[in-house]
Design a protein around this ligand. Structure first.
Ligand SMILES: [Zn+2]
Length: 223
């Protein structure tokens, strides 16, 4: 059952995005308007994360991806034995620009490194560990950090799906290991994708969206 649809882009991000698309539209249009770079994330929450925490984490992940010029829509899926319901987006094959994201409990590990964030199975499935974010926030005695950390971890794993293999970098949100500096940046909202990563993310989302549009077109033109 779809319980909520959120757009992750803030007004400021939307303004930046409009600026990006404004530049793109300066090229000859030839009657064809490119789809804006966008993804839809189907979220299945198997953890104890509350709807409020999850919504805040989605807003944070949407903001980070928005800073990279990507629009993100979030669809909540039903989970559990009685969760199958008519219209549940997780019961259907995702759209070409759709990605599945699972919020799972965490294995017990101590280090603040990638293996405790979660994992991604290219190109469509990302998983993050809720309890890792919770434990980290509790360690700082600052539970308000929880949705921020969870949102950053979500962005990191979604980044793996959109950037392909070997997508770790030596700075920004795709660092494989987050030290004190990264946690500080994360809380300041400045742990982001690099400009090169942002460009690749937009390109990948546009490619996925275009492949969906071309599929639709080819179906409609088939005699
Ligand atoms: Zn990683």
């Amino acid at each position: 059952m779809i319980t909520r649809i959120l757009s992750g882009a803030s007004f400021g991000v939307m303004a930046a995005w409009v600026g990006i698309m404004g530049l793109a539209s300066a090229e000859p249009a030839l009657g064809v308007v490119d789809e804006p770079p966008a993804i839809t994330v189907l979220v299945a929450n198997y953890s104890q994360a509350s709807p409020a925490v999850l919504a805040a984490a989605e807003r944070e992940a949407g903001r980070i991806l928005g800073q990279a010029g990507l629009r993100t829509s979030w669809l909540e899926c039903s989970v559990g034995p009685s969760g199958v319901s008519l219209g549940d987006p997780c019961q259907e094959a995702p759209a070409a620009n759709g990605i599945r994201l699972r919020i799972l409990p965490a294995p017990v590990l101590d280090k603040f490194q990638d293996s405790v964030f979660g994992f991604a199975v290219h190109p469509l499935l990302a998983s993050v560990y809720y309890e890792f974010a919770l434990r980290r926030a509790k360690r700082d005695d600052a539970e308000f950090e929880l949705p921020i950390i969870l949102g950053c971890v979500m962005s990191h794993e979604l980044g793996h799906l959109l950037l392909g293999s070997n997508s770790h970098s030596d700075k920004g949100i795709m660092l494989p290991r987050w030290e004190v500096n990264q946690v500080r940046q994360l809380m300041m909202g400045t742990l982001l994708f690099t400009p090169d990563q942002a460009r690749l993310i937009r390109l990948e989302a546009q490619t996925r969206t275009k492949s969906q549009r071309d599929t639709r077109t080819s179906i409609s033109l088939t005699p």
